[in-house]
Design a binder for this molecule. Sequence first.
Ligand SMILES: Nc1ncnc2c1ncn2[C@@H]1O[C@H](COP(=O)(O)OP(=O)(O)O)[C@@H](O)[C@H]1O
Ligand SMILES: [Mg+2]
Length: 254
Amino acid sequence: MSVVLEVEHLTKEFQRDDVATVALRDFNLTIEQGTFVTILGRSGCGKSTMLNLLSGLSKPTSGRVLHRGEAHTGPTPDIGYLTQTDTLMPWRSVRRNVEMPMEIAGVEKSEREAKALDLVATVGLSDFADNYPRELSGGMRRRASLARMLANGAETILMDEPFGALDAQLRSELQVELLRLWSRTGHTIVFVTHDIEEALLLGDRVVVLGPLGTILLDQEVDIERPRDPDETKVRPRFVELHSTLAAALKKGAR
Ligand SMILES: Nc1ncnc2c1ncn2[C@@H]1O[C@H](COP(=O)(O)OP(=O)(O)O)[C@@H](O)[C@H]1O
Ligand SMILES: [Mg+2]
C-alpha cells in the first residue's frame, strides 16, 4: 500500500503576546492510501490543530507533513477538509454551494451543474437542491457540506467531528452513508471524533490521542465490514475494543 500522508516530528505552538501554547508536540503518523483512520481524543488534545496541519492550511512550528512524499506548501485540491463548523454560503442554494469549488477550478457551467446535482443526490438532498442553508436542518447542512467537499474531487478527506452536534439517530444514518460512500470510492479518510463507538464503527484503525497529541494507542479494528451500527455494537470484539480504547483514554487523562 502506498503512503498518502506522513507526519514527522510535528510540533505546533501558538504565540500570543509573550505566551506560547503548545498544542501538539513531536507528533508522528503515517496514513496509507484507501484506509479509514479515526483519531480519537478528548476536547483540547490537539485534534483540530493536527487536521489543520495535515490539510496544509496551517504551518508547523517544527517538523513536517508530507503529502505523497512532498512537503506541503499550502492547501491542495487533492485533500478535502470538512471542518467542525458549517461554512456554507448563506446566499447560495445547496446546488450552488456544491458548484462553488468547481467554479473556482474553472469547470465549465453545464458540467459543474450536472456534477453538483449528482453529488447532491449522493448525499440524499435531491429534494432540497434549490433550498438555502437556513432552510435546512443541521443534518442536512452537514450533508450539503459533505457534497461540496466531494465536489473538489479530493482523493483524501479530512473530517473534524462532522457528526458531533447531531442527534443519535441522524448521526447513525450519516455514519452508514459515509461508510457506503467510502466503500464505493476508495477515498482515504482521516476522521476526528471524541466518541469511542463512532471511532470503532468507522475506522480500520483508531489512533487515540492524549494531551499535546501524544499517541496513547494505535489500534487496528479487526471487525469485518460492512458494519451495521446496531449489530456491530453488540459484537464481543467491539465490546472488547471499546474497553481497550476507554482504558487508553483514561490513562491519558491522568
Ligand atoms: N489559534 C489558536 N491560538 C491559541 N491556542 C490555540 C489555537 N488553536 C488551538 N489552540 C490550543 O491548542 C490546544 C488544542 O486545541 P485543538 O486542536 O482545537 O483541540 P481539539 O480539536 O482536540 O479539541 C488547546 O489548548 C487550544 O486552546
Ligand atoms: Mg477540535
